[in-house]
Design a protein around this ligand. Structure first.
Ligand SMILES: Cc1cc2nc3c(=O)[nH]c(=O)nc-3n(C[C@H](O)[C@H](O)[C@H](O)COP(=O)(O)OP(=O)(O)OC[C@H]3O[C@@H](n4cnc5c(N)ncnc54)[C@H](O)[C@@H]3O)c2cc1C
Length: 404
């Protein structure tokens, strides 16, 4: 049994703690924030590959109770309301489980409860600053002057990971994607009955004249939406107060032939817009007793819809790679984990970047692209439905770890 120090208690950190516990080790999770991040963040979608990985951890049932099923997507142009294409969001698992949209906080809360239930300790207010390595293990040193000794350090510390820097100080910085992210949820009964022109569970994605956005309805009648305005050097919408944010966004969706202006107008708390980033590739994911999981190693653009699912896949692969291992074979096991995960993770990052590209057009290019997009989507439709099977039909067999 190894003592595993997991740095960060986001989706990747909690899932890793649970997977390492399943693998027979003793994980402790150290989080920089002073308290759990309940209620923080917007919403995300867990795709079917994420559910498959959760199933391995015994958590598919609990996760399937969160949020609502979103198996379908439709693409439209905002300028003329033209329908471009319908997609399935990854299909379903054999038991019928589909992609689900949920608040980050719900998913986080479920994983945190589960970690507690399994006796995994989470320590708050512990910001990792450095590590001291020796033949006998590794010491994690925190900003408050304390330190802990263990067998490995798992860097689940997100996009600006300190563990990544400790593994390789030459690791590149995150790559900016010139899109902002914002969104909100309109309670049931606020919008006029029948106004929302999409059935529950279908995401309506719109290439608007000035901004890409998506809205959907849940079975309770709430309207969930996000928008990806272009990031411009001349403005910083993250500094706007809530009222000014509404004015700014209303201007961006005005004139589109959709109901987005009404949705924005009806949203009480619009999420503060923030910038998005990803990583093309980093030189190493692991060194000796240090290893990366989740956004720390391979952040994908939110346009991939895969960040949480990939973090959970990492956790499962790491857990099974370390199952039954003794401390003297850690570095081989971590190298094997990187081998298994790197190609897939990097393909997903590039896929996310390609998904984001058509959203990041100025108004002039938008006009040209509105002429081209219908043909592009007709081409995609012709290429068969299994286009994205490599993303969604991914299964990690827990019992074949270590080449058995
Ligand atoms: C707008 C947006 C939309 C998204 N939509 C989707 C989606 O549709 N589907 C999807 O699957 N994913 C989506 N994602 C991505 C997803 O939320 C993340 O990729 C996923 O949750 C993995 O995060 P993580 O745990 O690796 O990192 P994080 O959530 O960033 O967690 C890192 C944790 O580490 C802590 N930490 C950082 N540094 C230290 C330190 N030095 N010491 C101790 N603790 C530290 C932080 O406080 C934090 O709690 C989206 C992301 C964004 C931004």
């Amino acid at each position: 049994m190894m003592n595993c120090m997991v740095i960060g208690s986001g989706i990747a950190g909690l899932s890793s703690g649970i997977a390492l516990h399943k693998a027979g080790h003793r994980p402790v999770i150290f989080e920089a924030y002073g308290a759990p991040s309940d209620g923080i963040g917007g919403f995300l979608t867990v795709a079917v590959n994420g559910f498959d990985a959760l199933d391995t951890l015994g958590l598919k049932g609990a996760a399937a109770k969160l949020g609502f099923s979103t198996p379908l997507m439709s693409m439209y142009l905002g300028s003329n309301g033209k329908h471009l294409m319908d997609f399935e969001f990854g299909g379903s698992l054999p038991d019928g489980t589909t992609a689900r949209t949920m608040t980050r906080s719900e998913l986080y809360g479920m994983l945190r409860e589960e970690a507690h239930r399994r006796g995994i300790r989470i320590v708050y207010g512990k910001l990792l600053t450095t590590v001291e390595e020796s033949h006998h293990g590794v010491r994690a040193v925190f900003r408050d002057g304390t330190s802990e000794h263990g067998d490995i350090v798992v860097g689940a510390d997100g996009l600006h990971s300190q563990v990544r820097r400790l593994i390789d100080p030459t690791s590149p910085a995150p790559r900016n994607i010139p899109l902002l992210n914002t969104g909100g949820i309109v309670p049931a009964g606020v919008l006029a009955p029948g106004l929302v022109d999409v059935e529950p569970g279908r995401m309506k994605m719109v290439f608007g004249k000035r901004c890409f956005y998506c809205y959907m309805q849940d079975p309770e009648g709430r309207t969930w939406w996000f928008a990806n305005p272009l990031q411009r050097s001349s403005e910083d919408p993250s500094t706007l107060d809530s009222g000014a944010r509404k004015v700014w966004l209303s201007k961006l969706v005005a004139g589109d032939r959709t109901i987005m202006a009404a949705i924005v107008g009806a949203t009480k708390d619009i999420i503060r817009p923030y910038t998005t980033s990803d990583f093309p590739s980093i030189p190493r994911w692991q060194r000796e007793r240090l290893v990366l999981v989740g956004d720390a190693g391979h952040a994908a653009s939110p346009s991939s819809g895969q960040g949480a699912s990939m973090a959970i896949e990492d956790a499962v692969t790491l857990g099974r790679s370390l199952q039954g291992l003794q401390p003297d074979s850690i570095s081989e096991a971590l190298a094997r984990y990187e081998d298994e995960r790197r190609t897939r993770a990097e393909l997903v990052v590039e896929w996310g970047r390609r998904n984001a590209a058509p959203k990041a057009r100025g108004q002039f290019k938008r006009v040209i692209e509105d002429l081209v997009l219908p043909a592009v989507f007709r081409g995609i439709a012709r290429k068969s439905e299994d286009n994205f099977d490599w993303v969604y039909r991914h299964h990690i067999e827990w019992d074949t770890a270590n080449g058995e």
